[in-house]
Write a new protein. Structure first.
Length: 367
């Protein structure tokens, strides 16, 4: 089997809530997502999606996905998409860094591998370790009472884990954490996610002020070193996200006891191949994960579901159903939330079929 063409689509994903806000005043109202279709000489087609969280979250941005694909595509035409290791070596030789741009190629090749072998991706990624996976709900940064009301609403929909967007003014964030924790059940989990937004002294103030609460602290500061400094000052459970950007930083974090959990974002690390490697390292070393991505629609959510379903429940801290945040469906067969949980399709590959009326015409074609 050989890659004969790569088609690139751009689709806007508006939000049901109108705006998603996080640290340092950042927000997005409409997400810019890229969907790719890999055609092969045998007629099989593989699909994937990449949707950065704006341009101020990670070193990635929406137009950069498509620019990266333009650079990579000529090196991939004629290659065997089922030889995923070689596909990744070719991409790394052709373009240094930019894992988010490589991620949709990697995932689409996994989709093709599943279709070629008649197996769902969760089987290829290690086999079904659970029937379905628990989800968290991200609570966009707003006034404390508004965030508390939203948590109550989402709890009524079956969610039991909540990621609170903090990383703003320390005084406001202390109020946000107290207000939201007070409306939750004892068994519900709350994560205060600063998304790198606090300076070290602000983070120290916040963790001290909420030390008596049942709350996780996530990625308080911009750098690994600053965040580890805060970990040393608190007994609260600690999650790293943005600074765990590949296998090397994960190995460092494990060796230095830098975290209790991580957020494993598939596109941040370059696709399912490296995400699976990091997942397996986490399981081996007893590190639970939130398995997710930066953002996305139905196709991103399907990839998340397959990796999460093949991860043991004890090490799946949570996962994300990004397709429930938006107003646009871009694929049939995508996972749907049921009582705060979702599962991956049993159909071959990702198990999704793109809705081309939603995607429109390709913005680029490489052959």
């Amino acid at each position: 089997m050989k890659i004969s063409a790569i088609n690139v689509f751009q689709v806007d994903l508006p939000l049901k809530e109108g705006r998603y806000s996080w640290s340092n005043g950042n927000f997005v109202e409409v997400f810019d997502s890229t969907v790719i279709e890999i055609e092969t000489d045998e007629g099989l087609k593989g699909y994937a999606e990449c949707c950065p969280l704006g341009s101020a979250y990670l070193p990635s941005y929406a137009i950069g996905v498509r620019a990266g694909l333009e650079e990579l595509a000529p090196h991939l035409i004629g290659k065997d998409p089922l030889n995923i290791g070689e596909i990744n070596r070719v991409m790394d030789a052709a373009l240094r860094g930019h894992p988010y741009a490589k991620s949709p190629i990697d995932i689409a090749c996994w989709d093709l591998l599943g279709k070629a072998t008649g197996q769902p991706l969760y089987t290829l990624l290690g086999g079904a370790a659970q029937d379905d996976v628990v989800l968290y709900r991200a609570i966009s940064q707003e006034a404390p009472d508004v965030m508390a009301r939203k948590i109550e609403g989402y709890a009524a929909e079956g969610y039991t884990k909540f990621q609170l967007k903090v990383g703003g003014d320390a005084n406001d964030d202390i109020d946000r954490i107290h207000a939201t924790r007070s409306v939750l059940k004892k068994t519900d989990l709350l994560v205060a996610d600063a998304n790198t937004g606090w300076t070290r002294h602000e983070a120290a103030r916040v963790v001290g002020a909420v030390s008596s609460l049942d709350v996780y602290i996530e990625q308080p500061c911009l750098t690994y070193e600053e965040s580890v400094s805060i970990r040393k000052r608190t007994a609260l459970p600690f999650i790293l996200d943005e600074v765990i950007d590949g296998p090397n930083t994960l190995v460092r974090g494990i060796a230095e006891d830098a975290m209790d959990c991580i957020n494993l974002k598939i596109s941040k690390v370059g696709g399912l191949t490296r995400a699976k490697l990091m997942r397996d390292l986490c399981v081996l070393h007893g590190i639970p994960m939130t398995i997710e991505d930066t953002w996305g629609g139905d196709i991103v959510t399907a990839a998340i579901a397959h990796l999460a379903r093949s991860t043991p429940a004890d090490f799946t801290f949570s996962a994300t159903d990004f397709n429930s945040y938006g107003t646009v469906d871009i694929a049939e067969g995508a996972p749907k939330r049921v009582n705060g949980r979702m599962t991956a399709s049993d159909r071959p590959g990702l198990g999704i079929t793109p809705i081309f009326d939603a995607l429109g015409e390709p913005v680029a074609r490489y052959s």
